[in-house]
Design a protein around this ligand. Sequence first.
Ligand code: ADP
Ligand code: MG
Length: 334
Amino acid sequence: DELISQIAAGEVVERPASVVRELVDNALDAGSTQITVRLLGGGVRLIAVEDDGIGIPKDELAQALKRHATSKISSLAELEAVGTMGFRGEALAAIASVAEVSLLSRTGDAPHAWLLDARSGELSPGARQRGTTVEVRELFYATPARRKFLKSDTTELAHCVEAVRRHALARPDVGFAIWHEGKLVAQWRASLVARGEDALEATRARLADVLGDDFVTEAVTLQWPADGSLARGLRVRGFAGVPDAARSRADQQFAYVNGRYVRDKVIGHAARAAYEDVLHGHRQPVYALYIDIDPARVDVNVHPTKIEVRFRDSREVHQAVQQAVQSALAVPRA
Ligand code: ADP
Ligand code: MG
């Protein structure tokens, strides 16, 4: 069982950034409004993710670390329609099999927090406000071969920051902070108007915060269908920009499906096709696309890291994305 979980861990945990991503997923699933990530040694020595979410009840702490333990799904039917980030119940178990993990958590009705040390199984009283802190120390301590594969602290830190950035661009209603070796690396404040009508405007502000004002000044708002309705079970919204050659960067292409960051060939191809007449030379398109689709029309259960999706009808998605980006780019700019 130890071996099985280590093999599974290999699929989920590749480097510190994979841990960061899973822990932030969990913090978001717990309804947090502020998430703080603290790192040491590029995340190899320590990753601590602190949230103000619903917390984990004392008697569920040990359960949370078990393989296939998830509080988020209880039937196959639900698996079809998952609205949460996590649903496999694999992440914490996988992480705990390749690092030293502790959980400190307090629910709203608990008189104090509880601390669970994963390795010893010891449960002891602790102190914190409502929410959860997950600490992950000495990643791959027992597998030096895999630890050797990690890059420099600077590189691993950059990947960790990128993991948080991907979340931050989808959730302007949540505040994020990242610390490394006691220094604040990035901080994005929660927008108060991020829910409902103004969600897209809040997203624009968050994009400016995270990617810089350039991105937003150059970017036009896009929406498909034009009225922004979800009546057809598919909607594409977001921002597309035409960078000048000097500022062209390959890492400013973000796509989300039902709130999850994805790398998807269909979306990427559709966006490139839309840019065909606009971009010349070696410039890279810049865009942030938010696709909402009927959960029954997309399979998110393709890969353990959930970064890939499979659309039931990829032509439909391709067309929607291409049209959305094309019509936005066709609007004359000042
Ligand atoms: P999954 O997210 O797929 O359910 P995980 O292994 O990531 O599986 O987490 C296992 C369980 O631990 C979750 O289902 C949830 O009940 C609990 N959990 C983990 N992190 C948090 C958190 N930050 N706040 C509240 N509950 C959490
Ligand atoms: Mg999870």
